[in-house]
Design a binder for this molecule. Structure first.
Ligand code: PAF
Length: 279
């Protein structure tokens, strides 16, 4: 496995292998969720590139850019074991050199959920993902469904801008007790980790309630909020039942409905989601 830091070198390689590359964009501190994306990428293309770049433009001023966990040495090991051929790990100055002033913005879809609580976040995501697509020139790019809205926004961007990249979403990977894998989990202490289990527990409660015939979003919201609020450390940022395509609000839920959560446990903001009718 090779590590490339320079945009020019990555782009030169991509030019020579156009049509053969699957890209897994990441911000590093890789876990089994990322590894599952890399394994899928391995099945879909001859060459797998994983990018590792903690993208400053998707963090707000009071967010966790500085404390975001980083460990390139460990990441190299995880990526290599998952079958990655090339790690593209540019510096911030390489991606955003002095004088940089171009951004990509998906308008409507980014006004909801994480877009409402993190203004400017998706503008940073779509900008960096567009740049990665131009640098790595992948035929296919793989993203996790834990960031459900991010996946929807990137699909919209690729469609709207006629990007010649297939966007693939992969299922959330969870710990044995249900906690969705996230690079931020490392910042939870033992008590906070226990509180964090309320997220996945609340998703199960919503699924069971729907299965039991409850379709009122107001009633489902109340049931989900009760599970999370029973944890003194947990503070709900949002708890929404939405149409999975438009992300618009619903009054009645069904099996296709998206339940999306963002919850603060101490200083760590966690997200999780499910489609109510899926296992
Ligand atoms: O999901 C992530 O890790 C990031 O948002 C992404 C897609 C790599 C863009 O920085």
């Amino acid at each position: 496995m090779k590590v490339i830091n320079s945009v020019a070198e990555m782009q030169q390689f991509a030019r020579e292998h156009r049509g053969e590359i699957a890209l897994v964009p990441t911000m590093g501190y890789l876990h089994e969720g990322h590894a599952s994306l890399m394994v899928e990428a391995r099945k879909r293309a001859r060459i797998v590139v994983a990018s590792i770049f903690v993208n400053p433009t998707q963090f707000g001023v009071n967010e966790d850019l500085d404390s975001y966990p980083r460990d390139l040495e460990r990441d190299t090991r995880v990526a290599s074991e998952a079958g990655v051929d090339i790690i593209f790990a540019p510096t911030a100055a390489e991606m955003y050199p002095s004088g940089y002033q171009t951004y990509v913005n998906v308008e409507e879809l980014t006004t909801h959920l994480c877009g409402a609580s993190r203004p400017g976040h998706f503008r940073g995501v779509t900008t960096v993902v567009s740049k990665l697509f131009n640098i790595v020139m992948p035929r296919v790019a793989i993203f996790g469904k834990k960031d459900f809205q991010q996946l929807a926004v990137i699909k919209r961007m690729a469609k709207d801008l006629n990007m010649d990249v297939e966007i693939v979403g992969m299922p959330i990977v969870r710990e044995h007790d249900g906690l969705a894998l996230s690079s931020r989990n490392v910042r939870l202490d033992t008590t906070q980790r226990r509180s964090a289990l309320s997220l996945s527990r609340s998703l199960r409660v919503a699924k069971e309630a729907l299965r039991g015939g409850e379709q009122s979003v107001a009633a489902l919201k109340k049931a989900v909020a009760e599970v999370i609020e029973a944890e003194p450390m947990a503070e709900i940022d949002y708890l929404e039942f939405r149409d999975p395509d438009t992300l618009l609000e619903l009054e009645q839920a069904d099996e296709r409905t998206l339940l999306a959560l963002a919850v603060r446990i101490g200083s760590v903001r966690l997200i999780d989601n499910c489609i109510l009718g899926e296992e």
